[in-house]
Design a protein around this ligand. Structure first.
Ligand SMILES: [Zn+2]
Length: 78
């Protein structure tokens, strides 16, 4: 783990980002959104989405995640 300060791509507020880079996936810990992962492709796309679409993408990731699994936002959710 290699945590750094960044901005949450969902809620646009200060969050912790892990840059360890597991297979093109970035992990965030955000006070509002909790802990989630996002693929590099989805991260590039989400910056062009409005706030509702961002929150909806995270909601889909959370629904898809198994119990105890960290949700991963991918490009199919955007
Ligand atoms: Zn957030």
């Amino acid at each position: 783990m290699n945590w750094t300060n960044d901005i949450c791509p969902i809620s646009n507020e200060p969050a912790q980002e892990d840059l360890s880079g597991i297979e093109d996936v970035v992990e965030f810990i955000c006070p509002t959104c909790g802990r989630f992962r996002i693929t590099g492709t989805a991260l590039a796309m989400i910056l062009h989405r409005d706030p509702d679409a961002r929150v909806f993408a995270l909601a889909q990731a959370k629904m898809k995640a198994e119990e105890g699994e960290i949700p991963t936002v991918d490009s199919s959710m955007l």
